[in-house]
Design a protein. Sequence first.
Length: 319
Amino acid sequence: MSKETLFLINPVSGGRAGLGLKERLAALLRELDIQDRCDIAYTTADGSLLCQNDCNSHETIIAAGGDGTAARIVQELARREKKPRLGIIPIGTGNDLARVSGAYRLYKKKGLKALVEALLAGSTQHLDVFSVNDELFFTNYCGIGLDAKISNDYNLRRDTPFMRAAALFFGGRPAYAGLTFRNLFYHMPFALELHYADTDTQHRTLQIGQGARQVLVTSIPSYAAGARPSDRYLMDDGRFEVTVIETLWQWFMLHMTRFAPLPLPQLLPSLTQFQTETLTINFSGATCFQADGELYEGFPAPGSGLTIKAAAQLDLIFV
């Protein structure tokens, strides 16, 4: 007989914080006397599902991990006609989806028990899912350029013995900060051409010269652990925000919005930013790409470009 809820834990999230969570969850579910209604499982080391059938028979999936863990689950759920509700236990690095749903705040303030009780009783809101080249899916953000380059370098090193040992003592943030400084002067060595439809459905073309830092596509009001690229978000309207970061100063100000009372466009009124429901980015060279904290090696192929559009919706549990 199938159970209502699957707790799916990524054991390597947040400096391997997930390793001891399975036992804590099992004890908590016994304390709440709901162990017969729930399953608990680990993801594989890369954050993917144990098997596709894990999603078939549960009404709710509660992912314990970061944005990358949720992203791997979204890759599977977006292709399904019947989709379970999705909740988050935030033990990752950025935790942007959990920040939006209230799970991050509750977990930090009141702990695991309060969060689990709230997730099991919480209401849901629709969350847009977008596709990239009809191959990949994301809910939070995707982008090319500097931040993706930093994430790529971190990903290449995270399983080395030194990085694994450091993560156990300090988490992933110090190493990530070091790689940020190492890559500060990265820029995309090619021009870009952006094709999109603006809010009055007029088709536009935007030329971006060689040397831009990054192009960022966002659909929720939190990016890279709480930064605020825009203030025009509706998470269920099929639209997303596109931000072109051309200078190091713009990139710095983007990440400073974690601490500023204003979103990025109010700090930088001349910033290139627009809202759309479909976007094509053409470029001739190779750069790094990321979506919801996940990196996809060799994607897109050099010169192939990116096409982004609405694909589906999920029900995200808010607490």
